[in-house]
Design a protein around this ligand. Structure first.
Ligand SMILES: CC(C)(COP(=O)(O)OP(=O)(O)OC[C@H]1O[C@@H](n2cnc3c(N)ncnc32)[C@H](O)[C@@H]1OP(=O)(O)O)[C@@H](O)C(=O)NCCC(=O)NCCS
Length: 169
């Protein structure tokens, strides 16, 4: 897969941190699953689901990991087909949230969607996840619908969409 690299230095938190993005490979699966299970205790993806996604790279998928001091602290994945793309997942470990890493990951997915010619990017977010909804609002995503009781515990999914234009910021 195409190596996606970007870096950003953030002054937030106790100390400035540098995060680097690169493409996710099957070698990353164990470390990604640790983050996945810690971040989504109620509905973590299985190893098989994650491997299935990676098997579709680069054809319809683009997955990246965020590294701080060589350790995986976050990841995100995009599905793209024709002129539409979907954010499949995005997560940053709790200790590194709020430091710009989620934004770095999201920008990379938006840039990849643009590179692949998508005109819009969709995602679903739990109605009871104001933090993520705030981040998506901030990135220009708009609510386009609700999937009632979409999640196993009966929580609604909010569907959001962002059109891709001149800038991905
Ligand atoms: C959602 C998540 C990926 C965001 O990652 P993060 O590293 O904490 O986000 P960032 O610090 O990069 O913030 C991204 C931007 O959103 C802004 N933002 C953050 N929280 C916000 C809020 N509640 N409302 C509005 N804007 C917000 C930040 O200011 C930042 O903007 P900037 O880059 O212009 O300064 C992360 O919190 C996470 O993993 N949460 C748990 C898993 C989850 O809910 N995943 C999404 C499932 S749909």
């Amino acid at each position: 897969m195409t190596e996606a690299e970007a870096s950003r230095r953030s002054g937030e938190g106790d100390s400035a941190r540098a995060a680097v993005l690169r493409g996710m490979t099957v070698e990353d699966v164990p470390a990604v699953l640790v983050v996945e299970r810690a971040t989504f205790p109620a509905d973590a993806w299985s190893e098989g689901m994650l491997r299935g996604e990676l098997a579709d790279q680069p054809r319809t998928r683009h997955y990246v990991v965020a590294l701080v001091a060589g350790e995986i602290v976050g990841y995100a994945g995009l599905a793209a087909a024709a002129d539409q793309a979907d954010v499949q997942t995005i997560a940053v470990v709790a200790e590194h949230q709020g430091a710009g890493i989620g934004g770095l990951l999201l920008n990379e997915l938006l840039a990849e969607a643009s590179r692949r010619g998508a005109g819009s990017v969709f995602l679903e977010v739990r109605a009871d996840n104001p933090q993520a909804r705030g981040v998506y609002d901030h990135f220009g995503f708009e609510k386009v619908g609700i999937r009632a009781r979409y999640y196993e515990d009966g929580t609604d999914a909010i569907m959001m969409m962002r059109k891709l234009g001149d800038s991905n910021g």
